[in-house]
Design a protein around this ligand. Structure first.
Ligand code: HEM
Length: 477
């Protein structure tokens, strides 16, 4: 079948099916969830989009035929100011080398020493909470997750600076979200592709010049607001903090067995192959990717528990059974229900709803031949709401993650961390941190969230709760 023959999802104004608001973007993803064909099609501005609808087609794109895809160049351009060529955005040999360098930090064995710090960080946030006080759980979980990633990967205590860094990040990601449908991206991609194709056909200085032109267009200078004072200020604040972090670590010596040491040691050992900019890009990427998503899914977990008191009661019984001492290691069996709650929150509100890809060559997906350079967006949200995979998909039901029920589901149907070679490197980290933070806070407090207030998804780079998750703190004991 040719892509033009695929069923189409609805348009929302001039932006196409992609829409502008969170509600419009989720409406598109709902249509994908309801499609019975392997693929459907849509558009973003004038660009055609292929949208895998059945789990098998998502699995082909992300796993079995992953070699035929790259991350969409638009994503690289939009994230360029913030994350440069860090692990999330890089491609090819650079990505392979960097992933190999970082992977040992993220194995379950290497992470086994982190639970106590995760617990202590959450306990420290709890120490600041007063019964009767109204807090924003989205803000608290951001402070916690940022501090956890700061300690684990970079040996810093970001607790007191979490607000300033969080604001800078919100500004930068807010810009990315606003620029998603900017016509300037199309032009950037056209020039990059043209320069790339011409470079392939030339040699010597001309080839080098064309490759440089291609690289210049990775920076989003044609996109509205990309030179705004707010965006530049946010990026400058992050850069200054990272420079300070690197200088401190160099003074202290490269002894701690963490990610920063690994990056700096690789930089020093192999002068030239990892530049200062590359170290900076990896640090920002890991710092951002390592807390924003976890914080968002924790905030949704609290919200869902407040709406399902019968599940909350069972979670409280589980966390009370841990006793009063520190949680210094992670035993999945002892936090089994809490972990299922976290995973169900990730199903209903996957922080990363779309995984944008582009074909590197002609490839067949779900019986349709996609030409080279087709844009293919995998919707995690749509997979999580398919009624033929998840019974009553909009209902909160952590028991879906009982092992026997999980085993019965098709590959490609649960994708909060993506899948295949580009799967989230921090997946085990997050699946440990989520339940530990929930358990630590719920052992001490109940969080009352106004029952008349429905919290909806925000239009943001990740699926944040709109207006945060305001809650009144109540002592449990
Ligand atoms: C609940 C928490 C998290 C969620 C939902 C999440 C989600 C994701 C997803 C969906 C991807 C793949 C994107 C794609 O294929 O286009 C990804 C990649 C990535 N994540 Fe996470 N993530 C989480 C936590 C973390 C943590 C804790 C870290 C680090 C400490 C992290 C670091 C990264 C990095 C570096 C990548 C890029 C990996 C690569 O391309 O090789 N993430 N994440």
């Amino acid at each position: 079948m040719h892509p033009k023959e695929l069923p189409r999802v609805s348009n929302h104004g001039w932006l196409g099916s992609f829409g502008k608001t969170a509600a419009e973007r989720l409406a598109m993803q709902r249509e994908i969830a309801e499609a019975s064909t392997p693929l459907v099609r849509g558009r973003i501005l004038h660009l055609p989009l292929v949208l895998p609808a059945r789990p098998e087609a998502c699995h082909e794109v992300l796993v079995t035929k992953a070699r035929s895809f790259e991350k969409s160049p638009g994503l690289r351009v939009l994230l360029h100011e913030l994350a440069g060529q860090g692990l999330f955005t890089s491609e090819g040999e650079l990505w392979r080398r960097q992933r190999k360098l970082m992977a040992p930090i993220f194995t379950p064995a290497a992470l086994a020493g982190l639970p106590e710090m995760m617990h202590q960080t959450a306990a420290r946030a709890a120490d600041d909470m007063e019964p009767g006080q109204t807090i924003d759980l989205a803000h608290e979980t951001t402070r916690i997750a940022m501090t956890v990633v700061g300690h684990a990967l970079f040996g810093i205590d970001a607790f007191d600076e979490a607000d300033a860094l969080g604001d800078a990040l919100t500004t930068a990601l807010g810009w990315v979200n606003g620029a998603l449908a900017d016509p300037g991206i199309g032009l950037h991609i056209k020039v990059m592709d043209l320069a790339h194709d011409l470079a392939q056909r030339t040699r010597g200085w001309l080839r080098a010049k064309l490759e440089r032109t291609r690289d210049v267009f990775e920076s989003p200078f044609l996109i509205r607001g990309s030179r705004s004072r707010a965006l530049r200020g946010a990026v400058a604040l992050m850069n200054a903090r990272i420079e300070q972090l690197i200088a401190e670590r160099r003074r202290e010596g490269l002894e701690r067995p963490d990610l920063l040491t690994r990056l700096l040691a690789a930089h020093d050992a192999d002068e030239g192959s990892m530049s200062d900019t590359q170290v900076r890009d990896e640090v920002v990427t890991l710092f951002v990717a390592g807390h924003e998503t976890t914080a968002t899914s924790l905030a949704w977990s609290f919200y869902l528990l407040s709406r399902h008191p019968e599940v909350l009661q069972r979670v409280l019984a589980e966390v009370d059974a841990l006793g009063d001492g520190p949680i210094d290691h992670y035993e999945p069996e002892r936090l089994a229900l809490t972990t299922r709650v976290f995973r169900e929150a990730l199903r209903l509100y996957p922080p990363v709803t779309l995984l944008p890809r582009r074909t590197l060559e002609e490839v067949e997906i779900g019986g349709t031949i996609l030409p080279r350079r087709s844009l293919v967006f995998v919707s995690t949200w749509a997979q999580h709401r398919r009624a033929d995979v998840w019974e009553d998909p909009d209902r909160f039901d952590p028991e879906r993650f009982l092992p026997e029920r999980e085993a019965a589901r098709p590959k490609g149907s649960y994708l909060p961390f993506g899948a295949g070679p580009r799967v989230c490197i921090g997946m085990h980290f997050a699946l440990m941190e989520g339940p530990i933070v929930l358990a630590t806070l719920l052992r001490r407090f109940r969080f009352e969230i106004d029952p008349s207030r429905e919290i909806v998804e925000d239009e943001f780079a990740t699926l944040r709760p709109k207006g945060g998750v305001p809650a009144v703190v109540r002592a449990r004991r």
